[in-house]
Ligand binder design. Structure first.
Ligand SMILES: [Zn+2]
Ligand SMILES: [Zn+2]
Length: 376
């Protein structure tokens, strides 16, 4: 076997060629020497193998670095796999399809795109219009998603005489029509020079898109809204994917959400006197403060409930949860002499007329210890 040729020489590129230049050179040569185009030509088959092998190394940054440093010998150990050199083992049809962006049978539908839409709790409460920004694949406008330059006049396929169809013998020798294997049914042979410049034959381009999204009142984190057809473009004749907006509601300073209920995170602090005598408080809500009258004798730890002031039901905005507001009674500290005097007097009166809660509590404890004495 003859000594291996230099890979750069095989592809006809300089040693500092870019990945793009290598890819272009490879595609050109691979099309030229593909076995389907050169039936029975041993030399072309050999060149095709050589071109594939060179590309396999030079298109891989790691292998290319190894090769640049130590030549073919550097790759022998842990380098190029001698059988893995063939990137395209199939017909030229499959080969061209691969170059054009992996086309298979029939137009393919576009993939869905998922975007996260960030909301404040208040935006989720009221509903809002948000603009979402995203990147989507679209069919190249220059070539209408074909990957072939509009000005290109690729030569007719010789195998099918431009019909795109060939007749093969099926079972029992019955002739059958199928797509031409040389041109994939295109009827023309597309060369590298015929590929669209805008998309480099990919047929698709990436585009930045933005669109308004109507967020209904009541959405919660992980709720999603699907905008049908706004995802990645399908191939010409195929359907577009969907745009899926997934909501993420940020924590709020004042309120916490629990299902459809809103809970005020910090309790409203009342003084001992306010709790005992009653008062009016301003309860915060997303619709502004709600004046609320506290009845005399409110207990610490009470949770006030405001029906219909919570989050709307996303499926029926008229149906709302409750607003729940905890209240805490703050025991007075750092008393002035006058306050102390009044409270002492108050306390003495209070001891004489024990509350039902105190009575039942101390009776329970007393009963427990009596029983304990008996049993021990
Ligand atoms: Zn194009
Ligand atoms: Zn053909």
């Amino acid at each position: 076997m003859a000594a291996k040729r230099d890979y750069y020489e095989v592809l006809g590129v300089s040693r500092d060629a870019t990945a793009d230049e290598i890819n272009r050179a490879f595609r050109k040569l691979a099309l030229q020497f593909h076995p389907d185009r050169n039936p029975g030509d041993e030399e072309a088959a050999e060149r095709f193998k050589e071109v594939n092998e060179a590309n396999e190394v030079l298109s891989d940054p790691n292998k290319r670095r190894l090769y640049d440093r130590g030549g073919h010998d550097a790759l022998r150990n842990g380098g190029a796999d001698p059988s893995g050199g063939m990137r395209f083992g199939g017909s030229i049809f499959e080969f061209i399809q691969d170059l054009m962006g992996g086309r298979q049978h029939g137009p393919r539908d576009g993939a869905d795109i998922q975007v996260i839409v960030d909301l404040t709790l208040e935006e989720a409460y009221r509903g809002v219009t948000k603009t979402v920004y995203y990147q989507r694949e679209e069919n190249c406008p220059d070539c209408s998603g074909s990957g072939i330059r509009p000005q290109a006049r690729p030569p007719s396929c010789r195998r099918c005489s431009g019909t795109g169809v060939e007749v093969v013998r099926g079972f029992f020798g019955i002739p059958q029509q199928q797509a031409c294997r040389a041109c994939g049914g295109l009827g023309v042979v597309v060369s590298d020079a015929d590929l669209c410049r805008a998309c480099r034959g990919r047929a698709r381009v990436k585009r930045e898109r933005q669109r308004p999204v109507e967020v209904p009142p009541g959405v919660d984190t992980r709720d999603a809204l699907t905008i049908s057809g706004a995802g990645h473009a399908g191939e010409p004749g195929g359907n577009n994917g969907d745009l899926i907006c997934v909501f993420r509601v940020a924590p709020h300073r004042l309120f916490e959400r629990n299902g459809q209920n809103l809970i005020l995170k910090d309790p409203i602090p009342l003084t001992f006197g306010e709790a005992a005598l009653g008062t009016t408080v301003q309860v915060p809500s997303f619709d502004g403060p709600i004046p609320h009258e506290i009845e005399p004798g409110l207990q610490s730890g009470t949770r006030l409930r405001f029906p219909g002031r919570g989050m709307p039901n996303v499926n029926n905005p008229k149906e709302r949860g409750d607003l729940i507001v905890p209240v805490v009674v703050v025991t007075p500290r750092n008393l002035t002499p006058r306050q102390r005097e009044l409270l002492q007097e108050f306390s003495e009166i209070e001891r004489k007329q024990s509350s039902p809660e105190r009575k039942s509590f101390f009776e329970k404890v007393r009963d427990y210890f009596r029983g304990d004495e008996k049993s021990s």
